[in-house]
Design a protein around this ligand. Structure first.
Ligand code: PRX
Length: 630
């Protein structure tokens, strides 16, 4: 398969209000990037120097491809930076965490001082159960403050947390508990979702069968009457807290000690346990929260992800708290009790930085402008996107309707493996819909062919990172060979597995996963590209595209389309859409078949599982579907 292909690049350029550029912490991209290139180690050392270390590093980085060590021999504890630094200083009474439950008025607020104390208590409770440095703890909880407390308490004592998203089922949970060898599972009796209870503890009961490493299950009991705890393995969260001492010194960790394992689903094979370490990950997430979100002291940051995903780890918990931000979390879903609920939350709490996923943005587009229009969104300063390509149509809607045609849209490209933002458009810089932007200062990214040669602008290729960065994963747990593959597939570069294209200004458009490529008559097409074309049609809310075997062309494009409210399926519409794709991308991208559907198979993090559509289409086994939402 050829690794390069032509991509059309014209786009409108949007300029955010000039005040953004003047006030931006990072300054302009050219100067900041040059400062990094002039002395990469000094660049990272300066950022790391903003944080507190028990002992400074001997060397900023040591690189023996594919193994990196950052802040060599430095000692730290990430919670000393996320908590003590603020709670014992000027931010003592600053709000660290705001939580909103499903019903209005169901709110909790924790200052840095309060969060600090809760984390220390729970850290002591963990210690009391024999959990220590290097032990694995599995956290399987709804999005409540105790979830954040549990994560930080592990980090406080040097235990390695592995958070499993509360939407996963028993077998997925069991596989992760076993792979990580978790000693403790922390859960809740229930989560609340769309007014219904989700019985998490019942799922844990099933998941710990055949998981011999598990010694205790800690249960946060929310519902009344209280769920009975039966076996002596089970302990109540609040009882533990009551019995635990208040002071807990942070464990002195080496910069390269593991901080957490987070499982990410491979397109094939079992989930990979991505391992992140204490020092580099702290520096990377702190840096990007402060400089990519351009964090100011009075910001209220709402990242709508779940802590069960890397986005939650990096931009709900570690990055924002290390930077001393006020973080909003909520258990509410975007469309219950109605599609206006999130916008009312923005208004109620004066959210200034809003960070969500394209799939949510497209869903809001489908509901219509009247929902955001009913709330006052003036507090918003910066709006972000992550997780998949933000197609130009969705960008424009987001910018216009949510950002009042003023807020910068930071479309951040990164991965579980990268730990931190890698490519985006800096606040204040010109924005190009469809393009994530340029590599951020600190990151060397490029688009190359299979041999690792950079491809010229307009030619699609593989997205790679050419130099190590502090927040990079250090290994795949129990599978270092899989880790090595990331660095040895293409000529000493980190291969992200995504297809991308650059323009003349070095802006990078991410086209989608390399494995989601469709080859039609020898032409490579990114599914994301065709989907983006379809979604840019006024009748289309969401689209998924797969390659279907074709006797003549090799593969043909089949599209699954969800229509917007007010549009009806018809043969005429199919013809219109086909024509629309032809005009947007070219004849090779024209779907040979369009099917109108009510829903698409998605992972719980909102990614369309094209492989499931494909398997169904071809009547074959879809493989592992443990990450499927419904
Ligand atoms: O394909 C890219 C897509 O999501 C993948 C990483 O997924 P995950 O590890 O689950 O992390 C998601 C949250 C960081 C990438 O390989 N992706 C992520 N962000 C973007 C994106 N694709 C296009 N544009 C983005 N901004």
């Amino acid at each position: 398969m050829a690794a390069t292909f032509d991509v059309k690049l014209e786009t409108t350029v949007y300029h955010p209000d000039p005040s953004y550029r003047e006030g931006a912490r990072m300054g302009d991209w050219e100067t900041a990037y040059q400062r990094f290139l002039d002395d990469p180690e000094a660049f990272w050392a300066d950022i790391a120097g903003e944080l507190e270390w028990f002992r400074p590093w001997e060397k900023v980085r040591e690189w023996n491809n594919p193994y990196a060590r950052w802040f060599v021999d430095a000692k730290l504890n990430i919670t000393a930076n996320c908590l003590d630094r603020h709670a014992l200083g000027d931010r003592r009474n600053k709000v660290a965490l705001i939580w909103r439950g499903e019903e209005d008025g169901n709110e909790r607020v924790l200052t840095y001082r309060q969060l600090h104390r809760q984390v220390m208590r729970f850290a002591n409770a963990l210690k009391g159960m024999g959990v220590g440095r290097g032990d694995a703890v599995c956290i399987y909880m709804p999005l409540v403050p105790e979830h954040i407390v549990a994560i930080l308490a592990c980090a406080r004592i040097g235990a390695v947390h592995t958070v499993v998203y509360g939407g996963f089922g028993a077998s997925a949970l069991n596989a992760r508990i076993r792979d990580a060898n978790a000693k403790i599972v922390i859960t809740a009796d229930v989560g609340y979702r769309r007014g219904k209870r989700v019985a998490l503890k019942t799922i844990v009961d099933e998941a710990v069968v055949n998981a011999p490493s598990v010694e205790r299950i800690v249960v946060l009991r929310r519902a009344s009457p209280h769920l009975e705890l039966y076996s002596e393995m089970e302990v109540d969260f609040h009882e533990l807290m009551k019995g635990a001492g208040l002071a807990c010194e942070p464990e002195v960790m080496d910069a390269e000690d593991p901080l957490f394992i987070l499982y990410t689903s491979g397109t094939t094979g079992p989930p990979k346990g991505i391992v992140h370490t204490c020092g580099g990950y702290m520096v990377g997430t702190y840096y990007t929260t402060k400089y990519i979100f351009d964090l100011k002291e009075n910001d209220v940051l709402w990242c709508t992800a779940d802590p069960g995903w890397i986005t939650g780890h990096s931009y709900i918990v570690y990055g924002p708290l290390a930077a001393g931000a006020t973080v909003l979390i909520t258990e509410t879903v975007p469309d219950y009790p109605d599609p206006g609920v999130w916008w009312r939350i923005v208004e109620d709490f004066g959210v200034t930085i809003f960070y969500t996923a394209p799939t949510a943005i497209r869903m809001f587009m489908k509901f219509g402008d009247e929902w955001p229009a009913a709330a006052n969104l003036e507090s918003l300063r910066i709006i972000g996107s992550v997780g998949e390509p933000l197609n130009p149509e969705a960008f424009e809607w987001y910018y216009r309707v949510i950002g009042s045609s003023a807020c910068p849209v930071v479309d951040t490209w990164w991965q579980t493996e990268t730990g931190m933002h890698m490519i985006t458009t800096l606040v204040g810089e010109p924005m190009k819909p469809g393009f994530a932007g340029r590599p951020i200062p600190g990151v060397v990214a490029d688009v190359v062919d299979r041999e690792g040669n950079p491809v010229p602008p307009g030619i699609g290729g593989l997205l790679v990172i050419k130099e190590p960065w502090p927040a990079m994963m250090r290994t795949v747990y129990n599978n270092d060979e899989r880790y090595q593959q990331y660095w040895n597939t293409i000529n000493s570069c980190y291969t992200a597995g995504d297809l991308a294209v650059k323009d003349e200004d070095g802006y990078i458009m991410v086209l989608g996963r390399a494995d989601d490529i469709i080859i039609v008559a020898g032409h490579n097409l990114g599914t994301a590209e065709v989907e983006s074309a379809l979604v840019s049609h006024e009748a289309v809310a969401e689209a998924a595209v797969i390659g279907k075997p074709d006797p003549v062309k090799g593969q043909a494009v089949k599209a699954f389309v969800i229509l917007r409210l007010g549009y009806e399926p018809s043969e005429k519409l199919k013809t219109d859409l086909t024509y629309h794709v032809r005009m947007s991308i070219g004849p090779i991208a024209m779907p040979s078949e369009i099917e109108f559907v009510q829903s698409l198979p998605k992972t719980r993090s909102g990614k369309i599982m094209r492989r499931v559509l494909k398997a169904k289409e071809m009547g074959i086994d879809p493989g592992d579907i443990s990450t499927l939402e419904e």
